[in-house]
Design a binder for this molecule. Structure first.
Ligand SMILES: Nc1ncnc2c1ncn2[C@@H]1O[C@H](COP(=O)(O)OP(=O)(O)OP(=O)(O)O)[C@@H](O)[C@H]1O
Ligand SMILES: Nc1nc2c(ncn2[C@@H]2O[C@H](COP(=O)(O)O)[C@@H](O)[C@H]2O)c(=O)[nH]1
Length: 403
């Protein structure tokens, strides 16, 4: 992997007359973090709009174009940028829909630091803010044929509004009834390898001779639907996710015996004899790792399917012993249309209507509280509290949480 392209200030001036070469409808903000200035700009040229990030490194006097990870915001009309905790920039957009108006550009979080090491370039990562408090993703792993898919299907069938499946990419050929985009994204190896190189995958592994991987987009799509994400991945993948910043519950499903595993694979009838032998050879190492590596929070033996399913539900708090959270509402945030943004303290940001409407306090000013943020890239950021300003006192003592 090569270095991020470094541009001299003079080069940049030559290439762009105005930072990003902004037309009349362009906009940009610059935010200082230590020795670096992060310039976030958008060039709106008629029907096209490109949001870009450039970094000016004050210590070297050079401009760098970073690798940008995560899905970036949809086109919008302008933004305000507020630095939080010296590691992420809160982006409040204008002209976006309520579910797409608050974003974070991570510039020095743990995830970004890890990616910088791996990619050997400057890295920034987008993470959208979503309301609601979906629970941690669930990683389900175990040898081929143990019954992971069967158990996941049972969960999705019983709790369709609660769980969403992370659709992996694979280079293996589809089986008879498998649909592209539903069971897997079936992909060419060269395409998948390029996407891995470009940092689009949360994890990937070579499994039984094919490439499998979880794209960041797959996990984000489930988060956006307000559901709890389920990943069905092998042990190597689980290890990578464990080492990433995705905070998940890790469950290993083990077979009652190797002979039972072999029988299940044969009865399923989806693999050739050679492939079955390969999967069984790999299963031995996976079972050993699954039971001893410390990757997994829970190990469930899938002997009797119904019993194993009940135990899985118990682990996930779905057996009636704890109240089941209703589907979290992925509500957006109604920002005052023309607004100014200012920081009240390290945790609170006030967004005020530039021409306030009398008697409509909650439309005039809202306060974002970022003290309890959770998650982040790769994936979505949760835990933002949004308050309106008390219409009587019009002061911050009177703030109350929006439902
Ligand atoms: N407890 C069980 N007892 C008997 N058969 C089972 C049990 N659980 C699952 N099976 C059967 O075993 C076969 C393999 O199950 P499944 O396809 O869910 O495995 P998997 O772990 O998802 O495999 P892979 O990793 O290859 O996708 C299926 O035919 C399924 O019906
Ligand atoms: N590391 C990853 N492993 C994955 C992913 N998606 C599926 N898998 C694992 O591959 C094997 C074989 O699956 P099959 O569908 O060919 O039988 C199985 O253990 C899955 O858990 C992934 O995205 N990453």
């Amino acid at each position: 992997m090569g270095e991020a392209p470094a541009l001299c200030v003079e080069d940049l001036k030559e290439r762009f007359s105005n930072g990003f070469g902004l037309g009349s409808k362009g906009f940009e903000t610059s935010t200082d973090v230590g020795d670096k200035t992060f310039v976030i700009g958008c060039n709106n040229n008629g029907s096209t709009s490109s949001l870009e990030v450039h970094i000016y490194d004050k210590s070297t006097g050079k401009w760098v174009i970073p690798t940008v990870l995560g899905t970036k915001p949809k086109p919008y009309e302008g933004h305000s940028a507020v630095l939080l905790n010296e590691d992420r920039i809160l982006i409040i957009t204008r002209g976006s829909t309520p579910d797409d108006c608050i974003w974070f550009l991570e510039v020095d979080t743990e995830y970004v630091k890890q990616q910088k090491e791996g990619l050997e370039t400057e890295v920034v990562a987008w993470s959208k803010c979503v309301r609601g408090d979906a629970e941690k993703p669930v990683v389900i792993s175990g040898p081929s044929g143990v019954g992971k898919g069967t158990l996941i299907n049972m969960l999705m069938k019983e709790f369709p509004s609660m769980f969403g499946f992370s659709v992996s990419h694979t280079t293996r050929a589809p089986r008879g009834t498998e649909k592209n985009g539903v069971h897997y994204h079936f992909t060419e190896r060269s395409v998948m390898e390029k996407d891995i190189k470009d940092g689009k995958f949360l994890e990937f592994a070579s499994v039984h001779g094919n490439l499998y991987g979880t794209s960041i987009e797959a996990v984000e799509a489930v988060a956006d639907s307000g559901k709890r994400c389920i990943l069905d991945i092998d042990v190597q993948g689980a290890k990578s996710v464990r080492a990433s910043s995705l905070d998940a519950v890790f469950i290993f499903i083990s077979p009652p015996s190797m002979s039972e595993l072999e029988e299940r694979l044969r009865l399923r009838g989806t693999e050739t004899e050679e492939q079955i032998q390969k999967r069984l050879r790999n299963a031995k190492a996976e079972i050993e790792q699954g039971k001893s590596s410390g990757i997994f929070d829970h190990i469930l033996c899938n002997d009797n399917l119904e019993k194993c399913y009940e135990n899985l539900k118990k682990l996930l708090g779905l057996d009636g012993s704890a109240p089941i959270n209703p589907k979290p509402s992925p509500n957006g945030i109604d920002l005052p249309p023309n607004h100014s943004v200012s920081k009240i303290d390290d945790n609170k940001i006030i967004i005020q209507h530039e021409t306030p409407e009398p008697g409509n306090a909650s439309k005039n000013s809202i306060v974002l509280d970022v003290s309890l943020l959770k998650g982040g890239a790769p994936g979505r950021t949760r835990g933002l509290d949004v308050y309106d300003v008390d219409p009587i006192s019009n002061c911050l003592n009177g703030i109350h949480k929006l439902s």
